[in-house]
Design a protein around this ligand. Structure first.
Ligand code: PLP
Length: 467
């Protein structure tokens, strides 16, 4: 065969042998070199390309190891028949740079949390104590439902803060609500219809559909899910966020709570999944007990997460099963191990045991309340916008006149992240105005952020002087 012509770049950070290997491999894959053809000898190719024989030796060795060529002793290297070789086409190789999320000057992301006040030194102390030979047993797999010590802490915390009565045996720990949901789904018959709040948490809808389950959207108003609609559906399981409806921020009214529990009590196959994802942060009025605590012990699967209260990256959430579902769970999931690292579980358990979790929550509640009030105050200077869902959690809902898509895009191009309500709809719905989720957890300069957004949207600031 002719000598191989490759353009090798000596300045490139990719080593020469790798460039040569890639070049020959591509030529073989694209059939530019025929099966059975002999590759040039190392000496000849080294003279021709003006590179060392060692470089060529390395490239040939790699091709040989991967089966692109074969070697005949004292004769040379020959191209193999690719049809018999499994190989990966170049275009299927993953890009070397990870996909970048958009970066904003001001990001009103409802999933953002404050990262300036995390108690790193305390956390580090617990981590250091645990990563020690004294705890070598934590290198082995633990209990499937999660570490007993953590389940015990969660049970105590739930009783004290949410009125939820349960034993550690009823708790299952997993790496996030998203990972726990597919498990929950499997506790119900294939034909079970799941009712979801509309608008609602999009992950739930996606997960259910991915698992081939039937989904029935139920509208939400300013009292939360409209239970009359649920009663007319053929759903057996309903997924709700009663303490702070996601994304509208509505709090389920007392009447609806009773109505919802009565709906569930009317049939042995009916259940309520109560997602209490951000109940720790409530800014007005008394804390509202969980549904599970209101006579719902046998009918409510209570779910919560440490995503808002500690950090989303920890990937730690849990559900509490009513006794009637516990036996099914134990039968279906006997052979699963926990998805959360044992060390992390014990860090959290010890952190809770010694009172640091309550201390952290009290501190964060003050910080988020300040941010929340600053956000509401900042928007009061703009009478063109309307705020709802502002009693709890880490986001509010903002409504204003205009085209939602255009307003979203104009904010985006000016480096401001806002989150249109339309992204949380389970089915098309018509609103007369534009609506956005406005998160404040990860914002530190709220007045500037609000003024910047309002400027982009060309809304005039009304100050006491200009009134
Ligand atoms: C309604 C709702 N549930 C649960 C979660 C938390 O999910 P995870 O535990 O998977 O982080 C969130 C996070 O934003 C949420 O909005």
């Amino acid at each position: 065969m002719d000598l191989l012509l490759f353009s090798l770049n000596k300045e490139d950070i990719t080593p020469l042998y790798e460039q040569l290997y890639e070049g020959i491999k591509d030529a073989i894959i694209q059939k530019k070199i025929n099966v059975g053809e002999k590759l040039p000898s190392k000496r000849k190719l080294s003279d021709f390309l003006n590179i060392s024989q060692t470089t060529i030796e390395l490239a040939y060795a790699q091709l040989l190891a991967e089966g692109y060529i074969s070697a005949k002793a004292r004769v040379g290297y020959f191209v193999e028949d690719l049809d018999e070789l499994p190989y990966v086409e170049k275009h299927t190789i993953l890009p070397k740079t990870p996909t970048q999320k958009p970066t904003y000057t001001y990001d009103f992301n409802p999933s953002g949390i404050d990262i300036e006040h995390f108690p790193f030194s305390t956390w580090r102390k617990y981590a250091r104590d645990l990563y020690d030979t004294a705890h070598a047993d934590l290198l082995l797999t633990g209990e499937a439902q999660g570490e007993f010590a953590l389940r015990q802490e969660i049970a105590t915390y739930l009783y004290q803060s949410r009125g939820v009565e349960c034993s550690p045996e009823q708790i299952v720990i997993g790496s996030g609500t998203e990972q726990l949901l597919p498990m929950l789904i499997r506790l119900f018959e294939e034909a079970t219809v799941f009712a979801l709040e509309h608008p609602g948490y999009p992950s739930v809808d996606r997960i259910l559909r991915q698992h081939g389950r039937s989904v029935f959207p139920i509208n939400v108003d300013d009292e939360g899910i409209i239970v009359n609609e649920l009663e007319k559906s053929n759903a057996d399981v309903v997924y709700v966020t009663p303490s702070h409806q996601f994304p509208t921020g509505a709090i389920l009214s007392a009447t609806r709570r009773t109505q919802l529990l009565n709906w569930a009590a009317a049939s042995p196959t009916r259940y309520i999944i109560e997602d209490d994802y951000d109940s720790e942060f409530r800014y007005t009025g008394k804390p509202i007990p969980a549904l599970q605590a209101l006579n719902g012990k046998d009918k409510v699967i209570y779910m919560s997460t440490f995503t808002k209260s500690l950090m989303p990256s920890l990937r730690l959430a849990y559900f509490v099963l009513p006794p009637s579902l516990l036996a099914i769970y134990q039968r279906v999931f006997t052979y699963y191990t926990s998805t959360v690292p044992r060390f992390d579980q014990h860090i959290v358990a010890n952190f809770m045991r010694d009172g640091h979790f309550s201390k952290h929550l009290n501190r964060m509640r003050k910080i988020y309340r300040k941010k929340h009030n600053a956000l509401i105050d900042a928007f009061t200077h703009y009478p063109q916008v309307r705020i709802t869902g502002s009693q709890a959690g880490m986001h509010i809902l903002l409504a204003l006149e205009g085209n939602e898509q255009q307003l979203w895009q104009s904010a985006k191009t000016q480096g401001i992240g806002v989150y249109p309500l339309s992204q949380y709809l389970l089915q098309p719905a018509h609103y007369a105005d534009a609506r956005f989720l406005i998160g404040f957890g990860q914002l530190y300069d709220i007045n500037q952020a609000v003024d910047a957004l309002m400027k982009v949207w060309q809304l005039k600031k009304i100050t006491p002087h200009s009134l």
